[in-house]
Design a binder for this molecule. Structure first.
Ligand code: KIV
Ligand code: ZN
Length: 499
């Protein structure tokens, strides 16, 4: 039987502490709504005493979301707790998250105090909070570097004072998974009143262990996990919600369940990323652009035979339509065929071999081949059997230079060459082609499109010309826009010669 695991999201508090990621109240409400739909159990909406903006945002979130608990952070300071209680007044379910540093670093160097005094301050904070809101969570800041025997004393004291959720933060991301798991185990076994509370993990990612530490904590008895969307947060960030949730969902040997609607994970990730201006790294687990993208020919072939050969998560379970077979120079014919079919083109095996050859030529120049590139490629495929084919092209152009083009064409198998000037490099090419092809034609349209994103993308050119009262279209594509233009013209001229 699966045990319930509570998801405490702190994107709007710990996540929002990232420099440059601050949100205004309207944006915070949008994130809070998305988190509610995602199914988190608790939202840490802010640190109300820290600024009037945070106070207002917590208040507004309390008015907006209903199907979860709204939590406000405080230090173990009376004013913080009173202000947080005020901000949370309209929450359907309110929780104050109060706490104090418990490691030797925090006690001596930050708080200039001693162990007994820290326990007294912790008890006082919890009691005050408990008088103001129905639910109190206590955090022992830097618990990761706190001696377990002292930590157990603190935890026992704050449970006795009324805290019902005890957060054991690895504030500096220092712990290793066995160590963090052992800490939770120690508390579960040595705190007498532990049955009156649940332990919560709150792990930072300084050593890349946040998710592993959180899972170790859960394995040894923690039943709440504190996370952020995309793992954002102080320094290297917090435990990523999507990683913990999908680990539990994917590994059937982890006997836990959450309320998370996992198909909303990717859309929530995108929302947070765009509102916070914080791009998600391409290889980020679950939500990265490449999380379900396969690039090598061997993997693509394997995925096409059966997705599970190379995927442990069904992309649709996190809201991704389908796995992406990214077309690169390492892709094989199987992936190329798959994409051509998807675009409504069904080449036979012989045609596919030819298209694959052209594909590799472009893929060597360009990092990734997209749908538009493929369509351009199919158009280009016709060129092989044309009466006129482009062999060589040399263009001189630039500021304070007379544009000049030298074009070498095969016309019915015979190589011909011409040089011409023009108003610009493309005009020079057209003039050179006109010198080689004696038949008269009038150019009516020259449409150049640099397709989509990057500067290394393919350029597409459509040409319309008139010859002998016939309208003829030509098409060319290349990473070099001038070459694409000449290819388009040559395509049209070829059709003109086939009467
Ligand atoms: O990392 C931490 O210790 C925290 C506490 C304030 C909960 O974020
Ligand atoms: Zn934190």
């Amino acid at each position: 039987m699966s045990e319930r695991l509570f998801i405490f999201d702190t994107t709007l508090r710990d996540g929002e502490q990232v420099p440059g990621c601050q949100l205004n109240t309207i944006e915070k409400i949008e994130v809070a709504r998305a988190l509610e739909l995602l199914g988190v159990d608790i939202i840490e909406a802010g640190f109300p005493v820290s600024s009037p903006g945070d106070f207002e945002a917590v208040q507004e979130i309390c008015k907006t979301v209903k199907d979860l608990t709204v939590c406000g952070l405080t230090r173990a300071v009376d004013k913080d707790i009173e202000v947080a209680a005020e901000a949370l007044k309209l929450a359907k379910n309110a929780r104050i998250h109060t706490g104090i540093g418990t490691s030797p670093y925090h006690i001596k160097l930050k708080l200039k105090s001693n162990e007994d005094e820290i326990i007294e301050r912790a008890i006082r904070a919890v009691k005050l909070a408990r008088n103001l809101v129905p639910e109190v969570e206590f955090y022992a800041e830097d618990a990761g570097r706190t001696d377990n025997i002292y930590l157990a004393r603190v935890v026992e004291a704050v449970i006795a004072a009324g805290a019902r959720i005890i957060n054991i933060p690895d504030t500096t991301g220092y712990c290793l998974p066995e160590e963090y798991g052992a800490k939770i185990k120690y508390l579960m076994e040595n705190v007498k009143n532990i049955d009156q509370a649940i332990l919560s993990t709150h792990c930072h990612n300084d050593l890349g262990m946040a998710t592993a530490n959180s899972l170790a904590g859960i394995a040894y008895g923690a039943r709440q996990v504190e996370v952020t969307i995309n793992g954002i947060g102080e320094r290297a960030g917090n435990t990523a919600l999507e990683e913990v949730v999908m680990a539990i969902k994917t590994r059937k040997d982890l006997p836990f369940e959450t309320r998370i609607q996992s198909q909303r994970i990717v859309s929530t990730s995108r929302l947070v990323s765009s509102l916070m201006n914080m791009p998600v790294q391409a290889n980020k687990a679950i939500v990265g652009r490449n999380a379900f993208a396969h690039s090598s020919g061997i993997h693509q072939d394997g995925v096409l035979k059966n997705r599970e050969n190379y995927e442990i998560i069904d992309p649709s379970s996190v809201g991704v339509d389908e796995s992406a077979l990214v077309l690169t120079a390492r892709s094989g014919r199987a992936a190329l065929k798959h994409h051509l079919n998807r675009l409504g083109n069904y080449p036979d095996d012989k045609q596919l071999v030819k298209i694959y050859e052209s594909f590799l030529l472009i893929a060597d120049k360009k990092k990734q081949i997209n749908d538009e590139d493929l369509l351009a490629l199919i158009g280009n495929g016709v060129a092989k059997d044309q009466p006129v084919r482009l062999n060589l092209l040399q263009v001189v152009a630039g500021k304070s230079t007379i544009p000049m083009a030298t074009v070498h064409l095969f016309v019915h198998g015979e190589e011909k060459m011409a040089t011409a000037e023009g108003n610009g490099p493309i005009d020079a090419c057209v003039n050179a082609v006109k010198k080689i092809i004696p038949n008269k034609f009038v150019l009516d349209e020259f449409l150049i499109q640099a397709i989509t994103r990057g500067s290394n993308d393919i350029g597409k050119v459509h040409v319309k010309l008139y010859a002998d009262n016939r309208m003829i279209n030509g098409f060319g594509a290349d990473v070099d826009i001038i070459t694409a233009s000449v290819k388009a013209l040559v395509d049209a001229v070829s059709k003109m010669l086939i009467k």
